[in-house]
Design a protein around this ligand. Structure first.
Ligand SMILES: NC(=O)c1ccc[n+]([C@@H]2O[C@H](COP(=O)([O-])OP(=O)(O)OC[C@H]3O[C@@H](n4cnc5c(N)ncnc54)[C@H](OP(=O)(O)O)[C@@H]3O)[C@@H](O)[C@H]2O)c1
Length: 296
């Protein structure tokens, strides 16, 4: 039995709650909302888990969770604050690190474009890309967040995708083309950036926040010609396929945080009543960092 402390709020929950086809089963009506959380074990019949252990796993938006081993992603034992296990050491940091390094294959000097750049995943992609020697270009939805990309997350360049002429700006920022597009939105940002990719470029499809519904399938510019002529590699990434890689990735991210090489912001509300509206706030761009609900 786990008593939840930090509930994770994730854009993916919109898809998990939808009946449209997805990579996971639809959350049943009347059941607790599927969610990751950090909690403390209050009762255990499993010899490997003791009362008082802190765990990060599939504990749902609820005060208590009855969990078996399959629900546990990791133990929260490294020397960072507990909430970090639901942010930088949780799926946001792990996705940023594993998708960028595995699918983006960054090399020093690469031009790396990141959408949702000031968000949780995006802020880590920018910092990790910079650490690996890339020239980082962030896209976000307000002037305030552009400032945070530049001043807090160290992006070399950042732009408000709502006001900039994106095609013209990308031609100026990456005159020889983008090597990596780390895309969390799909839609217009993706369509524009694909036309500025360099031959041999890599597109990491991590999220599709700009597409409100996939039924009926949205129609946009045809992109297969760009993939062909630019010889692009377009990779879909889902963190849940990478369980075996998580411990090493967590250790790397934790070390970077402790060295001060990786900063992380958390946007925490107190009380489970804030959870449902927090998803809508994510899609409105109102969050400043990883969205969490504290219910300790
Ligand atoms: N594939 C995986 O395994 C995996 C794992 C974790 C997360 N993700 C994905 O990573 C992305 C970021 O997740 P996160 O938890 O770090 O959230 P986040 O970036 O902290 O918050 C979501 C952000 O998306 C932006 N956004 C919302 N609607 C948009 C639209 N129509 N067009 C462009 N941007 C929009 C908003 O920022 P602006 O103000 O900048 O618009 C908002 O702050 C999501 O797409 C999520 O699904 C994927």
């Amino acid at each position: 039995v786990v008593r939840n402390l930090y509930l994770s709020v994730d854009p993916a929950q919109r898809g998990w709650a939808s009946t449209e086809s997805n990579y996971s089963d639809t959350v049943p009506l009347g059941g607790p909302m599927r969610a990751l959380a950090v909690g403390i074990v209050v009762r255990s019949r499993d010899a490997t888990v003791e009362e008082g252990d802190f765990l990060y796993g599939w504990f749902g938006w609820q005060d208590y969770s009855l969990a078996d081993r399959s629900k546990i992603l990791t133990r929260a034992t490294l020397p960072l604050p507990l909430s970090a296990f639901a942010s930088v050491l949780g799926i946001n940091g792990l996705t940023a690190y594993l998708a960028l390094t595995g699918c983006g294959r960054p090399r020093p000097g690469d031009r790396l474009l990141v959408s949702t750049a000031a968000g949780s995943v995006g802020s880590f992609v920018g910092q990790i890309g910079q650490k690996l020697g890339c020239h980082t270009i962030g896209l976000t939805g307000s002037e305030d967040k552009v400032g945070r990309c530049l001043n807090r997350f160290g992006y070399h360049e950042a732009y408000n995708y709502k006001t900039v002429d994106l095609a013209a700006q990308l031609a100026q920022s990456a005159p020889e083309g983008l090597d990596i597009l780390y895309d969390n939105t799909g839609g217009a940002i993706l369509d524009t950036a694909l036309r500025q990719m360099r031959v041999g470029g890599r597109v990491v499809q991590c999220g599709t926040a700009a597409i409100a519904s996939w039924m009926p399938p949205p129609v946009g510019p045809r992109n297969e010609r760009e993939v062909l002529t630019r010889r692009l590699t377009w990779s879909g990434f889902v963190i849940f396929d990478h369980q075996a890689a998580l411990p090493a990735a967590m250790a790397t991210l934790s070390a970077w945080c402790q060295q001060g090489d990786l900063v992380y912001d958390e946007h925490v509300s107190d009380g489970i009543q804030h959870a449902p509206a927090a998803i809508a706030e994510l899609y409105a761009g109102d969050n400043q960092g990883k969205r969490l609900i504290y219910i300790g």
